[in-house]
Design a protein around this ligand. Structure first.
Ligand SMILES: NC(=O)c1ccc[n+]([C@@H]2O[C@H](COP(=O)([O-])OP(=O)(O)OC[C@H]3O[C@@H](n4cnc5c(N)ncnc54)[C@H](OP(=O)(O)O)[C@@H]3O)[C@@H](O)[C@H]2O)c1
Length: 262
């Protein structure tokens, strides 16, 4: 089954590379000719117009900016094969909008991913449209598994997903930035502080992912009574860091809802 990747910008290229790595037949479409040629050269992949690409594919991935989704659907819709699945990666574009822009009866899945997709470590959440079945969701999970993990959520939870994992990398980047600045304040060279913090983030993330332990347990394991970690955690608690995260994620969830209804 051929997969069409419509739009090979940053995210589209990373998806296309992941699909090729997992042995899929892929055809790309990209409206900037120089960019299309660059991707064709780099991966030896066939490029076509969106309609031609869709006509060859069993699954059509839309990897264009949200504002371009409607026009892209109008281009690929008439060319879709009978039963072809359309997967939208566009943030905030609802299943209702996608279904309205595509021929009636088209199975559609909406996916919210995040930037670690660029390094094969995405967290993606998939929601099925009215015509998409469990088998379609399984197909999407299989397609996206080379570039990270996938969960299924009802569409009503997509704004929460956007707040948590969609915008999530930025929160971690902000925490790393603040810790590196703190390291500099404590007298460490910036490069050393950055290396210490980044590897600590990588190691902590690996412990969370590999152990499956509750973060509170892992935190307690490094917090000896009356020690340095306890002193730091007390300050974070006094300054309301946990409460700030609750408020921040509510703000992101509300903004996501606003953007997708606008
Ligand atoms: N970047 C991320 O990590 C991330 C995370 C979550 C969700 N997303 C979603 O993923 C989508 C793509 O993001 P991106 O950062 O990869 O965007 P991008 O770099 O702008 O890539 C999209 C590419 O597709 C081209 N394009 C637009 N309409 C087309 C059409 N009809 N046919 C062929 N090519 C077309 C665009 O051309 P122009 O430059 O002319 O527009 C651009 O080159 C967005 O909807 C975004 O919301 C991205």
């Amino acid at each position: 089954m051929t997969v069409a990747v419509i739009g090979v910008g940053k995210l589209g290229e990373a998806l296309l590379a992941g699909l090729l790595r997992s042995g899929r037949e892929v055809v790309g479409a990209e409206r900037h000719a120089p960019r299309a040629a660059e991707v064709a050269d780099r991966y030896g992949v066939a490029m076509a117009s969106p309609a031609e690409a869709a006509a060859r594919a069993g699954v059509v991935l839309l990897v264009v900016k949200p504002q371009d989704v409607r026009a892209t659907c109008a281009e690929v819709g008439p060319a879709l094969r009978e039963g072809a699945l359309v997967v939208s990666m566009a943030a905030g574009v609802t299943l209702a909008a996608l279904e309205a822009a595509l021929p009636p009866g088209t199975p559609v899945v909406r996916v919210m991913s995040n930037t670690p997709l660029l390094v094969g470590q995405a967290m993606s959440a998939a929601s099925a449209g009215t015509r998409a079945t469990a088998a379609h969701l399984e197909a999407v999970e299989a397609l996206l598994s080379p570039v990270g993990r996938v969960v299924r959520v009802p569409e009503s939870q997509q704004d929460a997903v956007t707040a948590l994992s969609g915008s999530g990398p930025a929160y971690f980047f902000a925490v790393v930035e603040a810790m590196v600045d703190a390291g500099v304040l404590l007298g460490l060279p910036r490069a050393t502080a950055a290396e210490l913090v980044v590897q600590t983030a990588v190691g902590s993330a690996a412990m969370l992912a590999e152990s499956g332990e509750h973060p509170a347990l892992l935190r307690e394991a490094v917090t000896s009574p009356g020690g340095t970690t306890a002193a730091a955690l007390r300050v974070l608690q006094d300054r309301g860091v946990a409460a700030a995260f609750l408020a921040a994620l509510e703000a992101a969830r509300d903004r996501s809802a606003e953007l997708s209804s606008g």
